[in-house]
Design a protein around this ligand. Structure first.
Ligand code: NAD
Length: 234
């Protein structure tokens, strides 16, 4: 049985991905900031390599090598660029981009030894056209798409695929917080009317795409950015 790690799996999209992969028959461990009493949820800040390595060591001790990684942890910020101080900028880059660097680098040796691996990075549909007041977030998520393509080229010869899924509007605590703060530029209902499929996304929509990209059937797909956005680009 293959072992998977899902970061940000304590909420929203990450939680749905973890549940879906368990249904698919994988052993799934979650890394998240939020403390949890659940057996396979590890409290770890994915910007901190020591915390990641400690959690992965515990997972490997129980399950052996980790050959599936979904990088779902993320944080958005709504702030005018000229008011974004450097520490804030760096924090957004660390959470949304550097976390992917750390986690991918930490699990790739297992995948290389196995000659098989799957990495799926959750980026954002805001990378298609940009988003006002979200420069740090969009910069980090755009870099995740670039990192995805480079890793795909580098590790494809070793049986490892690397793809990104940029979600559109997905009904999660992150989206509801943005709505409450008036950061969406309209209500969710108004956004639905601008979405070709006329509904808000569900975390399970993203989980289904991850499930496919991780499957054996998707072994000829790598370096791709697969938007799951109901047809919207932002
Ligand atoms: P969410 O806030 O519900 O979940 C994010 C999870 O990441 C939380 O459990 C949080 O604790 C965890 N996390 C944040 N920082 C962390 C850190 N430093 N270390 C460990 N865990 C950390 O948000 P969501 O909507 O489920 O978002 C999941 C991913 O999808 C994020 O990367 C987000 O940027 C992306 N995304 C979401 C939407 C949307 O509409 N919901 C749209 C585009 C992209």
């Amino acid at each position: 049985m293959k072992s998977a790690v899902v970061t940000g799996g304590g909420s929203g999209i990450g939680r749905a991905v973890a549940e879906r992969l368990r249904k698919d028959g994988y052993r799934v461990a979650v890394l998240d900031l939020k403390p949890s009493s659940s057996e396979y949820e590890y409290t770890a800040d994915v910007t901190d390599r020591a915390q990641i390595d400690a959690a992965l060591a515990e997972i490997r001790a129980q399950w052996g090598p980790i050959t599936i990684l979904v990088n779902g942890a993320g944080l958005e910020l709504h702030k005018r660029f000229t008011n974004t101080d450097f520490d804030t900028w760096q924090r957004l880059i660390d959470i949304n981009l550097t976390s992917v660097y750390h986690c991918a680098q930490a699990v790739l040796p297992d995948m290389l030894d196995a000659g098989w691996g799957r990495i799926v990075n959750i980026s954002s549909s805001s990378t298609h056209s940009g988003q006002p007041f979200m420069s740090a977030y969009v910069a980090a998520k755009s870099a995740v798409n670039g990192l995805t393509k480079s890793l795909a080229l580098e590790y494809g010869p070793h049986g490892i695929t690397v793809n990104a899924v940029p979600p559109g509007f997905v009904d999660t605590p992150m989206l509801r917080r943005a709505e409450e703060k008036g950061h969406l530029g309209g209500t969710i209902e108004e956004h639905i009317m601008r979405t070709p499929v006329r509904r808000v996304g569900r975390p399970e929509d993203i989980a289904a795409a991850c499930s496919f990209l991780i499957s054996e059937e998707a072994g000829y797909i790598t370096g791709q950015i697969l938007p799951v956005s109901g047809g919207r680009n932002t």
